[in-house]
Design a protein around this ligand. Sequence first.
Ligand SMILES: [Zn+2]
Ligand SMILES: [Zn+2]
Length: 224
Amino acid sequence: MEFTERAASLAHRARVHDARLPLHRRHIALRTCLTVFAPYGLRATYHHPTLSARIPRHLRADPEALVRAVEELHEARVLWLARAEEYAAQRRAGKRSGRRAVPNPRPWWMRSPWDGPARAWYDDPLRHPPLRLTEYVRRQNALLDGAELPGCPACGKEGQLEPNSTGHGRVELCGRCAWARAPCPCGRRHPSVREAACSWQAIWRRAHMGDDGMPNPHRPAGRR
Ligand SMILES: [Zn+2]
Ligand SMILES: [Zn+2]
């Protein structure tokens, strides 16, 4: 990441912290931070801290929730940046000694959200892993370094997979986060789960949260 981009990202984080700004501006600054780094994809990575940082439906009920959210994101981003820089240095050294091909598998942060095993988080932003973002980044970094971890590569859940029909084939998904263990046999890109029952607008407005920072029991998006 370029220095300017990094400085801009820190400026957006500072804006989320800035109690002199109107809450909606601080909320938008949080979204801007997610456009720079969103390990579960933009919409799912926004949904995650609504629960973990308990962002209430009305921001004024708990403005500090925005700070908790941006700090969780920032901590994870620092871990990722360190690993990404290490990776870039390894690649430069590899190229100098004649290894030009991109290593396989590609590092986790270069995966496309809609064209890989995490496709479900894109179609249904409620189905991301429940891990704290730092935990997720640590897990992905460990796998990249060759660690053998039990359970779902994304969330660590062990046990039964969830078979899902794609209409013409079957994909086996993690029963918790819907990570696809094996791609659809047809080899094409398409959804592996049904689209979320609630709109992005509803998630963005936190219709699934109450003002006490607890999930609203009458709305489906708070189900995890
Ligand atoms: Zn999982
Ligand atoms: Zn298919």
